[in-house]
Design a protein around this ligand. Structure first.
Ligand code: DLL
Length: 430
């Protein structure tokens, strides 16, 4: 363990620490961030009204709109002189989300990452290739400094140039890969196609920044022969490092000394109990540059406080099943892309790349799944093809309760991305 005093902490002691930090951060945000002061004052809430952890529920939520309205630096709690790094989300719509970090924030961030990589099984002897983008995206630099803090070797490869990525992985003897799940899969598939898989020494794949399923991890494990784990985070609360999986792969341990997690019911906005699925809400307990109180992440997950077999007592969040804003409603039925992925990745005949196309024909929603086959020869055998399509449709029907059109396509015919994958094309929005 990188920080055993925290990772194995007695939960009562942890709650005391969290309460102290919560009281501090609430006062700090109130006194230094005008938006929080205004919001507290408008409902008559004062920092001293936060006396227990449950009192956090008195604090209004912070949303993405709040961050956008205060673009770029309106939520910073310190003068710019103290901010030594800026990051921002790609922000496909509207202005990006900006984060500002003080020196202490960067130090805490690297600690979170070093803990997560250690949980995944990394040591200071590993050689990490970081295939996340270096730049405004928090993934590249975030992981980079955590690896250095751990004392391992970092190859700051960034995204792109798959052939070169593989060449360096082989020549440098890379033992740990950092990438999005979709890019890790692409690297593995390409290494197989190029016949160099057996020359790679990768034993760990630490993935994050987008959703993945147990079936995807299993497939990657089979293909790469490396142990896959995932980690979670978001720009709004600092980037990667909020939580990560240990070798038990029974949920992601949350760095609870730095982030206070809650799960809320999306419709009623009530806080839910252990094991109940809802939207993750996060409060930063130590952030100096940009403290955030009760941020609505839109990520759907659940929490468990049971100690883990690995010995850690930090709460675990389950794998993110989707975002409240990427849930598809097809003929009135809720569909998450992750449900489709679970079916597809569980079938050996299929490749690892797929896309989901939603449309509306004659006022009816339609859902089509295009998926690559593992072996192109299958596409010329009509009866086998028919049989496989029927099998996939049946499995999808069982999981989704609706009919899905399935189209099998050639290996490597669906475009790969190096950053976050976009699997859903919703043509209804056109
Ligand atoms: O993706 C931070 C990050 C970088 C996390 C590298 C892990 C590794 P954003 O670009 O702001 O930040 O996107 C944050 O990505 O709200 C989730 O919807 C999604 N996400 C991140 N990690 C996971 C994960 C980074 N393990 C948004 N599983 C979040 C599912 C994830 N979704």
């Amino acid at each position: 363990m990188f920080s055993p005093e925290i990772e194995k902490i007695d939960r009562k002691a942890l709650r005391e620490m969290q309460l102290e930090r919560l009281k501090h951060i609430v006062r700090y945000a109130y006194e230094n961030v005008p938006m929080y002061k205004k919001r507290f004052d408008s409902i008559g809430l004062r920092p001293e009204h936060i006396r227990t952890l449950k009192d956090i529920e008195k604090i209004p939520y912070t949303t993405k709109d709040d961050l956008r309205e205060n673009y770029p630096f309106g939520l910073f709690a310190v003068p710019m002189k103290k901010i030594i790094r800026l990051h921002a989300s790609s922000g496909t719509t509207g202005k990006p989300i900006v984060g500002g970090y003080t020196r202490a924030d960067l130090d805490n961030w690297s600690t979170c990452i070093a803990r997560i990589l250690t949980m995944a099984g990394a040591t200071d002897e590993d050689i990490f290739q970081v295939s996340f983008g270096y730049g405004l995206f928090t993934g590249g630099f975030g992981l980079h400094y955590g690896i250095e803090k751990l004392g391992a070797t970092v190859v700051p490869m960034s995204t792109g140039n798959t052939e070169r990525q593989l060449m360096l992985m082989r020549d440098f003897g890379v033992t740990a890969l950092i990438a999005t799940p979709s890019y890790a899969m692409y690297l593995a598939e390409t290494a197989k196609r190029e016949g160099i898989l057996q020359d790679l020494k990768v034993r760990l794949v630490c993935m994050g920044a987008e959703a993945s399923t147990a079936e995807m991890h299993e497939s990657l494990h089979k293909l790469f022969g490396a142990f896959p784990t995932e980690n979670y985070g978001l720009t709004e609360v600092g980037g990667p490092g909020v939580a990560g999986e240990c070798r038990e792969k029974a949920g992601m341990h949350i760095n609870e000394d730095m982030f206070y997690p809650e799960i809320v019911n999306m419709e009623k906005n009530e806080v839910l109990g252990e094991g109940e699925q809802g939207e993750m809400v996060l409060t930063t307990l130590l952030k100096e540059g940009m403290p955030i109180l009760r941020y609505r992440t839109k990520d759907i997950t659940s929490l468990t406080y049971e100690p883990c077999k690995c010995g850690r007592t930090l709460a675990r969040m389950s794998r993110v099943v989707g975002r409240t804003d990427d849930m598809l409603i097809i003929r009135g039925v809720n569909v998450f892309p992750s449900q489709i992925e679970s079916v597809l990745m569980g079938m050996d005949e299929l490749g690892k790349m797929y896309e989901i196309i939603v449309d509306r024909v004659n006022y009816m929603d339609t859902l089509e799944v295009r998926v690559e086959v593992d072996d192109a020869n299958l596409l010329t055998d009509y009866s086998k093809l028919e049989e496989l399509v029927a099998k996939i449709r049946h499995k999808l029907r069982v999981v989704l309760q609706i009919d899905v059109k399935v189209k099998l396509v050639e290996p490597f015919s669906i475009q790969r991305t190096e950053g976050k994958v976009k699997r859903v094309k919703d043509l209804r929005k056109n």
